[in-house]
Design a protein. Structure first.
Lengths: 356, 253
């Protein structure tokens, strides 16, 4: 199929429509506004629902309601708004409801700024709201990958009966890129939704959507059932990409827009005779721990690059089973790391070594 | 035994689960009225109810229709989410005064403001029942609660919120009425209000809210009888009963 030139936020919105998203509930916030704006115009054309809610809290609780009624449903926001959505996200996980949440991250804390950031990594990968739960979290690097993953994410959410978070930074939301919206994406094997509470009990028993378990044993059983899902995600659904990994002596670990910048850095480094690979996590929950055991034995150093003060860094420390030295480089506040800065950092780490 | 006639039985809209309410609490009467209304209007097998956070939280087990449990105060948003994707289903919320008038006031106002075609059953017992009797926005002046131990003082705690009056000012709302269940004749009137509200929803005419004056004998520290008398003597004068808004008034039947 042919590529079209689209703005990131609009292409992501169209991807959701293509995935059969039946309803969107959201609240305005920069830098993701073009996404709901696009849907406000296009959802009605497909006879689907668009509601601008009174707050992010209301929006996510609308998502919770619609998901409970069996609809494929989406919300999007940016960091301060995602913080407000945590209540409803926790209820969705607790009630085992699918749904897709797009987080176009900006700098924080507080009102922070409106420029790109990856400062919500911990909130995204540790559940974010109250209770013992996780979100299947995808961090695309390009607009094409964002579009493909959003199309697949509705299936993933339905498969696990758990919310899926699409974590992108403001760069992906704002940039224009050619993108193919009709690329085939993997189809998941989905069971019919027999559990929905949509009001229609003419031919079935009543259903209840609920996360309350007053008996501690019932709640423990429920928690263990949820844990099985997260364990399955960890065991079978980690995603990552190795770039230029053959004989690499140093590996940059970076996701989203940052890995794209790292790609330019390793080209410059290769001209200087330095073999630098990239480990690019695509899922940030489950974290691609498996990748670390597959790193070539030539690797002597790891460099984590993020648009945060070192949030994914902790996952790298946890996953670093070979005990390789880990360095960190981060820019924050909405400042995007520059290619030269990454090159310099790598040279600093490998500096002094002879390259025969 | 052929001459035996059933003149009264438990509504088919209620399950056989024991209600979790304290003796003499009027939550039970309100449940019965909601269930009877849904059965009489033949809606029970096309309805989703939203149970909120409060003493009524377990009522997802009490009604025979589909139910979804909502976070504290968010029931009108949850109802909006459902109704928009399943417009042919009947959707109601059942909310206490802490739930609706305090933490969930924004969700209630905006559901009305958007003219959502849902029905809110609002139970005003002037207190936070479930958490042990703290002050609510609806607690009366001078009323002692665990967080207004000397009685609510208007200077520092404000004047009690009149929800029916307030919701009636919202242009998007269709029907707002306040009722009470302190005696049989008022129970009958309350049922009529529910029939009206759910009929409006059936006809896609928009947002309806019925406020119930209700009792909490346990946290008010009264016998059930004294609690009913206290509601009549103190609550109804401040919260007058009646229809506060009816956009359908004057329409042909
Ligand atoms: C976010 C959140 N805050 C607080 C609570 C605790 N809580 C449970 S019930 C309740 C008050 C309910 O009072 P009301 O809505 O008046 O219902 P009633 O029990 O009086 O019928 C509160 C504050 C909670 N469950 N969730
Ligand atoms: S605490 Fe009050 S409102 Fe709750 S069930 Fe008991 S009497 Fe009713
Ligand atoms: Mg109350």
């Amino acid at each position: 199929m042919s590529k079209v030139l689209m703005k990131g936020n609009e292409a992501m919105a169209l991807a959701a429509i293509k995935a059969g998203c039946e309803a969107f509930y959201g609240y305005p916030i920069t830098p993701q506004n073009e996404l709901p704006e696009y849907l406000s115009k296009h959802m009605p054309l497909y006879n689907r629902v668009f509601v601008q809610a009174e707050s992010e809290i209301a929006a996510i609780n609308m998502v919770y309601g619609a998901a409970g009624a069996g609809a494929r449903v989406l919300t999007s926001s940016s960091s301060p708004g995602i913080a407000l959505k945590q209540e409803g996200i926790s209820y969705m996980a607790g009630s085992e409801l699918p749904g897709v949440i797009i987080n176009v991250m900006r700098g924080g804390p507080g009102l922070g700024g409106i420029q790109p950031s990856q400062a919500d990594y911990k909130q995204i990968t540790r559940g974010g709201g109250n209770g013992d739960y996780y979100l299947y979290s995808l961090a695309p690097e390009t607009l094409q990958e964002a579009v493909d993953l959003i199309k697949e994410s509705f299936d993933i959410a339905d498969y696990f009966r758990n919310p899926v978070m699409i974590a992108v930074d403001g760069l992906i939301g704002q940039m224009m890129e050619p993108v193919d919206l009709d690329r085939e994406v993997p189809k998941w094997d989905l069971k019919p939704k027999t559990w929905i509470a949509d009001g229609n009990t003419k031919n079935r028993k009543k259903n209840v959507i609920n996360s309350l378990y007053l008996d501690p044993q019932d709640l423990e059983d429920h928690n263990m059932k949820l844990k099985e899902k997260y364990d399955e995600m960890r065991a079978n659904h980690q995603r990552y990409e190795f770039i230029n990994m053959e004989n690499a002596e140093i590996v940059i670990i970076a996701y989203g827009s940052v890995s794209r910048i790292a790609r330019s850095a390793i080209e410059i480094l290769s001209e200087k005779g330095i073999k630098c690979g990239i480990l690019r996590p695509i899922t940030i929950f489950p974290y691609p721990k498996k990748a670390f055991s597959k790193l070539p034995l030539t690797v002597k150093n790891l460099l984590v690059v993020e648009m945060s003060t070192g949030q994914m860094l902790d996952d790298v420390i946890i996953s670093n089973e070979r005990g390789l030295p880990i360095s960190f480089f981060g820019r924050v506040g909405g400042i995007v790391p520059e290619v030269e800065e990454i090159v310099e950092k790598v040279l600093e780490i490998v500096g002094g070594e002879k390259h025969e | 035994m052929n001459n035996v006639e059933i003149v009264y039985k438990k509504s088919e809209g209620l399950t056989d689960k024991y209600l979790s309410y304290c003796p003499g609490c009027t939550h039970g009467i309100i449940h019965k009225l909601v269930a009877e209304t849904l059965v009489e209007l033949d809606l029970i097998d096309r309805t989703v109810g939203i149970s909120s956070v409060g003493c009524s939280v377990l009522n997802y087990d009490f009604f025979t229709c589909d139910m979804q449990q909502a976070a504290h105060g968010r029931a009108p948003a949850v109802a909006t989410g459902i109704k928009r994707v399943r417009p042919n289903s009947i959707v109601f919320t059942y909310q206490g005064d802490g739930d609706l008038a305090s933490i969930g006031i924004a969700e209630a106002i905006h559901a009305a403001h958007r003219g959502e075609n849902i029905t809110i059953v609002f139970v005003n017992n002037a207190i936070y029942g479930m958490t042990g009797g703290q002050m609510a926005p609806t607690t009366l002046i001078g009323q002692k609660t665990t967080t207004s131990p000397n009685g609510r003082d208007a200077k520092t705690q404000g004047l009690p919120l009149k929800i029916a009056e307030m919701m009636a000012t919202i242009p998007g709302a269709t029907y707002i009425e306040r009722v009470s269940v302190h005696n049989p004749s008022h129970v009958r009137k309350a049922k009529k209000a529910l029939i009206k509200a759910f009929s409006i929803q059936m006809e896609n005419k928009g947002f309806t809210l019925i406020e119930f004056i209700s009792t909490c004998p346990v946290n008010w520290g009264m016998t059930p009888k004294d609690a009913v008398d206290w509601a009549v003597d103190n609550m109804i004068p401040y919260y007058p009963l009646g229809v506060y808004k009816d956009k359908t008034a004057g329409e042909e039947k």
